[in-house]
Design a protein around this ligand. Structure first.
Ligand code: ZN
Length: 433
């Protein structure tokens, strides 16, 4: 028997070690120890971690790599970011958005990030971003799954043409219904926008992903309406609440009522640790709130929590590197999620959890799944998060589409080793798990 590709001696995210993965016709056909057969290409994982690809479940590809155009965000707040984006929007051209997006996707692929859910602003009557990203979705489909959310950045009701443009975007082929209830003029308009947007999704059989309660105001409780509408309209499992940062500041008694409602409605919760940690708490002196939703508590209730990157070098966030391990690393820190089990759950929140939110088919390392794999320069998921590990090989449908050289440093120190490889610093017991 001959395979197209054989990956030997891999550790897997579920802690199995010494596993071989055989690939034929773009699919995984065997996952077991000691496969001996011919293959078109053999990759020796050498006891390093092989994972299914990273997924970014919350991103803004129409804004990425625009940092500094037309100016920088001086206050660092969400609201100045929105204002700045409003200045940039009329200047956008379809060609420029496509070029930036494709360039970002190159970086994403090199980081083993092969599926992205991107919000696209529909509050521009020209719908330049929508046209551009629909084209990008098609251009990258062989190497990256791009899912688009119709996002009324300036408010579904607050912006005079947002409602019409959102429908136009869905008619053009945008996949998911978006919204921003906390940015509407009143709490009541926010609540009504949640209702209207969920009704649009129910009518069209679509998923929902709202920017929801992205504020430090503990009274911003649109997630409550989102959970209610999800139940009322039979949308369980198809609705995501992104950000939910007000949950950080909520009264504990109210949170004890809210979290079970989220679990009952099977809402996917999407924190964006990098953005949330810098955009929230900006009105505080000390102590400064951190703006992260209650991740460990949600996970303990069985809620599907998936982390997003949100931004990469745009009006809201000047950092970012398409590295979902960086996102998980920040989540570990902001959520005090440092136990071994908690770090593993953060790794799942950038891989298998967002796959469920996205609705990705054929995802995972099992027979019959797509042969989409990433070989990391780390022994296990905890080490991968700790080191934001190097992506040695990125495989899509059985073909290697990106490779990075191993990290080796040479030392010139008397009596010390001539070279070091950082991944070998893993604690001995980490290998055994
Ligand atoms: Zn966002």
């Amino acid at each position: 028997m001959t395979f197209d590709l054989l990956v030997k001696n891999a550790n897997l995210p579920d802690d199995r070690t010494g596993i071989d993965i055989a690939v034929s016709g773009g699919k995984i056909v065997a996952v077991e120890a000691g496969i001996s057969a011919e293959a078109g290409r053999v990759i020796d994982a050498g006891g390093k971690l092989v994972t299914a690809p990273f997924i970014d479940i919350h991103f803004h590809m129409d804004a990425t790599l625009s940092l500094g155009t037309p100016r920088l965000n001086r206050s660092g707040t969400l609201l100045e970011g929105i204002q700045l984006w409003g200045e940039l929007k009329p200047l956008l051209t379809k060609e420029a958005v496509i070029e930036r997006a494709l360039r970002y996707c190159d970086l994403a692929v090199s980081q083993g990030l092969l599926a992205v859910r991107s919000h696209v602003d529909v509050c521009d009557d020209r719908l330049v971003g929508v046209e551009a990203l629909l084209e990008v979705k098609d251009l990258v489909k062989d190497y990256l799954d791009l899912q688009l959310v119709a996002f009324p950045q300036d408010g579904f009701y607050r912006s005079p043409t947002a409602a019409k443009n959102l429908i136009r975007s869905l008619d053009m082929g945008v996949d998911v219904v978006g919204g921003i209830p906390h940015f509407e003029r009143t709490m009541e308009d926010g609540r009504l926008s949640v209702k209207a947007l969920c009704e649009i999704a129910a009518e069209r059989g679509l998923m929902v992903d709202l920017h929801c309660d992205e504020t430090d105001d503990p009274m911003s409780r649109h997630i409550e309406s989102l959970a209610y509408e999800t139940q009322r309209l039979g949308l369980k499992g198809r609705v995501a609440g992104s950000h939910l940062t007000s949950m950080h500041s909520m009264d504990n008694y109210y949170a004890s009522k809210l979290l079970p409602l989220i679990a009952e409605a099977e809402i996917h919760c999407v924190p964006n640790p990098l953005a949330n940690i810098v955009l929230q708490g900006r009105h505080d002196t000390y102590p400064k709130r951190r703006g992260m939703m209650r991740v460990p508590e949600l996970m303990a209730l069985g809620v599907n929590v998936a982390f997003g990157q949100d931004s990469c070098m745009d009006p809201w966030y000047s950092f970012g590197s398409a590295d979902m391990l960086e996102v998980a690393h920040m989540a570990v820190h902001t959520g005090h999620m440092t136990s071994r089990d908690a770090v593993k759950s953060c790794f799942r929140a950038i891989t298998e959890n967002p796959a469920k939110t996205f609705g990705l088919e054929g995802y995972g390392i099992a027979v019959g799944c797509n042969a989409d794999l990433v070989l990391l320069e780390a022994r296990d998921t905890i080490e991968a998060v700790r080191m934001k590990a190097n992506r040695l090989a990125v495989i899509r449908r059985g073909k290697v589409i990106a490779e990075t050289a191993p990290r080796t440093a040479t030392l010139s120190l008397q009596g010390r080793p001539a070279t070091i490889e950082p991944w070998r610093y893993a604690p001995v017991e980490a290998g055994a798990n």
